[in-house]
Design a protein around this ligand. Sequence first.
Ligand code: ATP
Ligand code: MG
Length: 562
Amino acid sequence: MTSDGTVTTTNFIREIIDQHNDAGRFGGRVHTRFPPEPNGYLHIGHAKSICLNFGLAESYGGKCNLRFDDTNPTKEEQEYIDAIMRDVRWLGFDWEDRLFFASDYFDQLYQWAVQLIQMGKAYVDHLSADEMREYRGTLTTPGKDSPYRARSIEENLALFEQMRNGEFQEGECVLRAKIDMTSPNLNLRDPVLYRILHAHHPRTGDKWCIYPMYDFAHGQSDSIEGITHSICTLEFEDHRPLYDWLIDQLGIHHPQQIEFARLNINYTVMSKRRLVRLVTESHVRGWDDPRMPTLSGMRRRGYPPQAIRSFVEETSVTRQNSVNEIGLLEHHIRQYLNQHALRVMAVLNPLRVVIDNYPEGQVEELDAINNPEDESAGTRKVPFSRVLYIEQEDFMEDPPKKFYRLAPGREVRLRYGYFIKCVDVVKDAEGNVVELHCTFDPETRGGYAPDGRKVQGTLHWVSADHALEAEVRLYESLFSKPNPNDVEDGQDFTDFINSDSLQVLTGCRIEPSVATAEHGTRYQFERLGYFNIDLDSIPERLVFNRTVTLKDSWSKIQQKGG
Ligand code: ATP
Ligand code: MG
């Protein structure tokens, strides 16, 4: 069990850790880290890594660091560092005093590079990028040695120093490990360790003009921090022999790397390279656009962090790549919101209703239940008066048999209010229904008739004079294709953006109880779905996002399919 009470099921990583602990490896310590590169905002896939790393540490009484692998100053920004910290905290995790940066280790990494040169295990190479690619060979053909590979240690030391001193242009030379150009693992064919970048670094400023490659920084950073289990995704499996080689050559603390399959979700993209494009090409309104799979987008959309965590817990930790249904995530969102969201009444497409026999100027405060799933949420007062709004689609002039809502001559219940009966329909010049006239039965206050007569429909409503006006943003999935990553030649993933992914409704009406609620507050709009107050909302102009619809087709599929 973790501190929030969720049950942690076992997985292959826990089994490995248990074996280590039984064998006394790492002295029974468990120290993990979440190592983002600050080149974009975190997405739901990162949530899996965060929950796994922090969750494992917590359940074994260990520690988890937050470390930024900030080795590429051309792509990294302070904005991303800040956003990542905000999102990890929001998910409910705490790195305490263990916030680290690979850039803090640049001096140490430089010394280790020098050490490798001194050991004859690294050299400065002047091949161009194209030549280097050519020399590297392919998966089926071995590579061949660079003509610069045989340089003397002294020459390499001097050249590396010159690289550091800014005496070369970008791309003129690199430092490479001297391993094996014929290795079946391409990562071992003399990988680049350092490259020249005359770039300003968000943290080290202009101190460096050479920067370690991710592969030269990542493993050693884990080693410096005394990490025991370096948990990462499957694409790093082929890099493990390189990390092992470097750590063994340097003779430093050796963490155990363990790879697991990435979390994927259908109808979205998750690679930061693609997410950056969605933002910079204005396909969305920003990193926190509620349609984005980013944690900041999900937060803005109203997804509770607890629900994201329970979703992530349910997706198992394996070594097989798979794609999760977005419906499963939504199922977790609904489950949480059903327990926690306050109910209110809102009308998205208002139709005016005048109750002819209700006294003009009279206002009643009706009692409404805040959350039927949680008695402690209490009740609130909802004003009722002569002129109301109901949902346009809750009225039909000529209804089919199965339509149980309002129609001429029909009686329905107003939630928490009275029975009303439609007696007249007012239309505009084009024949659109613009107003209904109804009568109410004063005996039915609270929604039941003393004579026992029944009505089939219960409608939500708001009082016209008391309701607040709101803009409501409805979202559909950002892509129209289950796997937008899977494109043919000549196509781009942006070709599959769903042009109806955002629908903005204005002139919606909502009961006054929400007037003073803060940004982010989540509600169930009765009969309509779950919504929250958007960051754009101001008292004069409320703005809501639809977090998720009410209908949970996923749980039904699960019940049927077993
Ligand atoms: P992307 O490939 O999506 O752009 P990344 O792997 O480059 O992401 P990093 O900042 O390097 O992003 O990721 C930090 C950590 O999160 C890494 O350990 C990485 O393995 C893990 N991670 C990234 N994406 C996922 C995912 N979809 N599922 C699980 N873990 C992930
Ligand atoms: Mg990465």
